[in-house]
Write a protein that binds this ligand. Sequence first.
Ligand SMILES: [Cu+2]
Length: 140
Amino acid sequence: MKHTNRLLALIFFFFSVLAYADSQSLDAGTEVYIISPADGSVNTSPVRVRFGLSGMGVSPAGVKVNNTGHHHLLIDVDTLPDFNTPIPSDEKHRHFGLGQTETVINLSPGHHTLQLMLGDYSHIPHKKPVISKKIRIEIK
Ligand SMILES: [Cu+2]
């Protein structure tokens, strides 16, 4: 009995270490970012936007695969959507549910902001939301 308890304690310790290592690596290495256009750049419309992701994979909406998601491009969004419900789908919240990693968008002349947000298979942000830095661009 004593031996079993020690074994259980050892197993529990082992899995705690694994869980800790897993959560650490997920947080430390995960990043979503806009490869182009560059922050502060002046562009002409239409604009090609390239999505970057490290530490996670891209998978289409509707397919549940751990540690993956699909991109959402937020255009001129001031307030981030609710993290507990599916990301809205409209002109300002574009979904790339096929697993696309770039798009071409039309923007009116003036200043705009772009930001990426990853959503899971059901379009809901991850437990620890994966959100890019918001960039500002100008359209001539
Ligand atoms: Cu989505």
